[in-house]
Ligand binder design. Sequence first.
Ligand SMILES: *Cc1c(COP(=O)(O)O)cnc(C)c1O
Length: 367
Amino acid sequence: MSSPRIEIDLDKIEQNTRTLVDRLGARGISVTGVTKATLGSSGVGAAMMSGGAVGVGDSRVENLSRLSVLDPSTSRTLIRSPMLSQAGQVVRAAHVSLHTDQSVLRAVDRAAKGQRRTHDIVLMVELGDLREGILVEDVPDAVRAVQEMHGLRLVGVGANLACQSGVVPDDTNMGTLSALAERLEEQHRLRFAIVSGGNSANIGWALETRGVGRINNLRLGEAILLGLDPLHRTPIDGLHTDAFRLIGEVIEVAEKPARPWGDRAQSAFGEAPVRSRTGTIRQGIVALGRQDVELDGLRAPQSVTVLGMSSDHLVLDLGDQPTKVGDELTFGVGYGALVRAMTSPFVTKVERTGLPVTRRLTVVPKA
Ligand SMILES: *Cc1c(COP(=O)(O)O)cnc(C)c1O
C-alpha cells in the first residue's frame, strides 16, 4: 500500500464520540463533532454522527461542502466567521454559522434572501481568550441588528476559549455566557436552542462543575479524534488515543557516527537539533518530511528516537529495532502532526471500519 499514509480507525472515532456524548449528555450538553483537523472527512463526520453527535462543524466552507454527502438530516455548522467573499457559499454549504461581525451578517443575510432560505446564526462572545467574539457589552446591539435581518434566524450564542491564549474555561467565564444568554432571552422573549460553551478544552469544566447553567452544547474536535484534553494534552479517561496512525517507509539504514563533523552553521529549518549520544548509532531515514507532517506531536515507535526532520527526510536513531530499507514504521500523531498529515497532498488517507482487515480499507483518492 502506498506511503506515506495515515490510517484512520473510524470505529475508535465513533466510540470516542459515544463516550463523550454519554458523559456530557448526563449534564445536559450536546456534542457538535468538529472535522476540521481531518479536512472535513465525510467518513469521520459519519462516525461522529453514529456516535451521537447532533451535527458536524468545520471552519472551512470547502470542508463543509465535502460533508454534504452525509445523511441530509445532518446539521452542518461553519465554526469560523465567514469571509465576506464567501457569503453565498456559506448559505449553500452550512445550515448554521458562527458570527462576530455585522457587515458579514448583512452579507450572509442578503445571500440567504437571494437563495430564498433562512440561515441560522450563533453570535460568538469574547470571554477573555482574545480570539473571535463580540465584547459582552456589545452583544445586545448585535442581537438587535440581527433581528432586523429576515434572512437570518438567531439560534444561539457561543464562545471559544483556550485556542489563542490558553484561557481555561471555568465557572466565571462560563457563568458570564450563561447569564448573558438568560438576559438576552428575557429581553427579547427568545429561547436559544444553542448555548455553545466552547471546544475540547471545556470538557473538564463541563464534567466537574456543580452546574453548567445555560450551556447546552460543546464543539469537539481534538477530544474525539485524539482522545486528548487540549489544556494539558493529557489522555481523557476511557478514550482511544490511537485512532490515527501515520505510516512511512524506510529508505536508508546505516551504522553512522552519533555526532556530525565539520564546521557547522544553520540546518534546513534553523538551528540544528542537538544529538546527545556518542559513538555510533543505527541511523534510519524514513521518507517523511515537513511537507507531510510536523515534528511536534509525532510519536516514534518504541526504542526509536527522532533526531530531526527536513522537508523530506525524517532521521531516526533506530536503537535496537531490526529495521531495514523498505520496512514501514508507524507513528502516533498529536494535533499539529494530524492537521499537517491530513492536509498534505502527499499523504494517502485510509479509513477503516470494523470489518476484517483485508476488506476494511477504503483508500480516499488524493485531492
Ligand atoms: C477548532 C474549533 C473547535 C474545536 O476545537 P477542538 O479543540 O479541536 O475541540 C471548536 N470551536 C471553534 C470555534 C474552533 O475553531
